[in-house]
Ligand binder design. Sequence first.
Ligand SMILES: NC(=O)c1ccc[n+]([C@@H]2O[C@H](COP(=O)([O-])OP(=O)(O)OC[C@H]3O[C@@H](n4cnc5c(N)ncnc54)[C@H](OP(=O)(O)O)[C@@H]3O)[C@@H](O)[C@H]2O)c1
Length: 309
Amino acid sequence: MTIGGSWDDVPPDAATVDRARAAVHAALDAGITDFDHADIYAHGKSEAVFGELLAEDPALAGRVRLQTKCGVRLPGNTAAPGAPAHYRLDRDTIRAGLEGSLRRLRVDSVERFMLHRPDPLADPHEVAGALDELRKEGLIRSVGLSNMSTRQVALYQQLLTTPVTALQLELSLRHRGFVEQQILANHSEGAEHSFPEGILEYCAADGIEVQAWGALARGLYTGAPIPPEDQHAAATAETVHRIAAAHGVSGEAVVLAWLMRHPGGIRPVLGTTDPRRIAACAEAEALAPRLGHEDWYALLTAARGNPVP
Ligand SMILES: NC(=O)c1ccc[n+]([C@@H]2O[C@H](COP(=O)([O-])OP(=O)(O)OC[C@H]3O[C@@H](n4cnc5c(N)ncnc54)[C@H](OP(=O)(O)O)[C@@H]3O)[C@@H](O)[C@H]2O)c1
């Protein structure tokens, strides 16, 4: 979740901290204990606000598991104002990224430290060495990867002595290349869908948790405005609504359960900070195993705008 107010360098105000506290407690009440951070979120304010909550309530640290990310360099944020947006994964940047996050979060270590995106200029041996050092110093428990291909994940697993425990990818009913690729493996339309070949199977075989960012499709199917160019979203939203009503759950639960019903063990990373929406999302856990085969395909069919071939 991204809490921390606007993407500027103004310190978070009391109202932001209050909103964050409400969101974190709504998550805990719903049984959600893992929190996803990154140095860039809201210019570091996402972490800084969380750090304030940990400082005001020392018991909170024992109830949450934190992961954070490094490597994305945005102008005026983690990079100089005139710099282009870029990725950087050299030893010093990785270490400085983690140290900044620990300082803002006011913790001594994090459960998992993620490489946010691959940097084509990075030397994987140097990256792995830097991460292993951080683990030896007790600053991180494990490594996470994000937005990487199957081969990139395999390479880091080979080079690291620190376990790779999670991979974060954009996955949703809207961003559903992972399913299209399976269905269209021997079909001319298959080329239109890009998704790292075999990555879900690779992660399943190696016990790497797959985390889905963008899982709510930013509310596209659950009440957020539908852009006129998105031809299939209205029909998908109707299908979501119908299935939600039949099960007596929220639309958010249906959208998330569609991902969680997949045998890949996908865990959504929720981007909402609205306490009511957090509670609505939490209904997905119970719904996922009950979401019928035909309902799952009805959602897929509506989102793709065509029956499966
Ligand atoms: N690894 C990566 O590269 C990467 C990239 C992006 C994000 N992430 C992580 O993944 C998390 C989730 O991703 P995300 O935030 O991009 O996607 P998301 O969870 O699909 O979308 C969350 C956003 O959609 C809004 N929303 C949801 N339902 C809505 C509705 N019915 N009506 C209006 N607005 C609605 C939420 O607003 P409310 O707060 O008002 O509910 C929030 O702003 C992030 O917070 C971050 O931790 C990782």
